[in-house]
Write a protein that binds this ligand. Sequence first.
Ligand code: HEM
Length: 542
Amino acid sequence: GAPETRTPTGAESGADPRTAGQQGPWLTTATGVRVHDTDHSLKAGERGPTLLQDHHLREKITHFDHERIPERVVHARGAGAHGYFEGYGTADTVTCAGLFAKGKRTPVFVRFSTVLGSRGSADTVRDTRGFATKFYTDEGVWDLVGNNIPVFFIQDGIKFPDVVHAAKPHPDREIPQAQSAHDTFWDFVSLHTEAQHHTLWNMSDRGIPRSYRMMEGFGVHTFRLTRADGATSLVKFHWKPRLGVHSLTWEEAQLLGGLDPDFHRRDLADAIESGAFPEWELGIQVFEDTADQTFDGIDLLDPTKIVPEELAPVQPIGRMVLDANPTNYFAETEQVAFHVGHLVPGIDVTDDPLMQARLFSYVDTQLSRLGGPNFNQIPINRPHAPVNDMLRDGFHQHAVHAGVAPYRPNSLDGGCPFHAGTDLSDEETRAFVEAAQAVTGHKVRAQPASYDDHFSQARLFWASMSPVEQEHIIRAYSFELGKCYEQAIKERQLLALAQIDPTLCAEVATALGMTVPEATSGAGEVVPSPALSQLTGGPWPA
Ligand code: HEM
């Protein structure tokens, strides 16, 4: 059978004795000197004070003192697994990316996570779940850094610090540690009504998955696929779990939070250990790469919008199986560094302003989280493709680079042209080439009018729910808003609910013991957020 665990990636990793089981015959210091006693510090006499001279004591304690690294600023709590992706060959008509070729197998590492809780928080809280996949392809690393909800709270990455500040625990009491039931969160989403669609998904059963194995995953943004001949298409990525999508009931989630805060982590590891390997199909919705980048009136660059699968079916392009647990949580799950900008030839980004900010954010945060610029040399992050960069030095440099001319072309290190020793074109070398896109316009801090529609898709989601699911949503809003102290915030959120559905609003208002607000619009009507912003009395333009 398959191994229960797998060591970090990269053939070279086994060569370093530090990645071994630390079970050799001799205990040594970090510098390889055999230690004769690790249980007693060096003292001046049996009852005397400890001597500063004790190098082994100081090394042992110092290293221990620095064992922790900063937790991720978001998605701090996670669980990972190794596996493989196998292409179906069906994406060949839209992308030249080699990993989608029929029967091609590519190793992967996946990290599932909650978003808001700290590293030690409970698994079964109501939250979005991260679903990040690292594909170690022959052509370099591709990361698909997605979530289990297909839309996002904000439309422009410049608001990311704001939404996270609002959703994280209150700065004074650090309450709540994991879930959304608090004033700043509801303050934010009622003032920034673009967040209402994502919030509605959170309040549905999707917010409390039964298992990581039973979650969908979404790339959220629209991506651009490119073919060798330069033709492009716009796509949205979807992971579909073989086991179907299942949720906990609220009561189950609450009990598990107390009885087994590691429920999802345990479920994933146990399933893999027992040979019940979780599996997903990867699919794409494909859209023509038109100048306006819309489909059926839906702005494909607005990450608060989905494209209903009835309008654009998800076409399967491969499957992923997770068949091995990590050997060491810290080395793999904690040190893995995903990045939306890790792309391979054939897969490119779009101008979605949320995605554009992400392209900056991930490396930036990893520079401090992983202690400098060389985190791609950590075993779990090493590509399985040959690396020949011109990056040198820096904290924690593991390579001993030879050669005197770390630049290309040069005439010193054996005479290296740009692509050493070849006359190949970018296409022939399988180089990554950005899709050439025309850019026009004035430099402005503005967004298209289509981004002002904050409610039509929330209405669509609500209308697609069965009566039981709608009941769960009503109870979720009632519970979460019931934890708010500020009456004005609850009132403002009820007004947002009135824009989604009058019954939803009325039921939640009744549960909260509040007056049902007058709906300010009929269902189906698009009401841009400034209408709500007027209610805040704040500095918001009408
Ligand atoms: C981490 C998804 C938006 C900044 C993560 C992770 C996921 C994720 C899955 C966890 C990765 C892991 O397991 O290590 C998403 C999705 C987004 C989104 C689907 C929207 C569609 C943003 C935006 C920003 C951002 C707009 C900033 C402008 C970060 C940061 C981390 C993170 C700083 C921590 C990374 C680390 O410490 O390694 N995100 N995110 N995210 N995200 Fe996002």
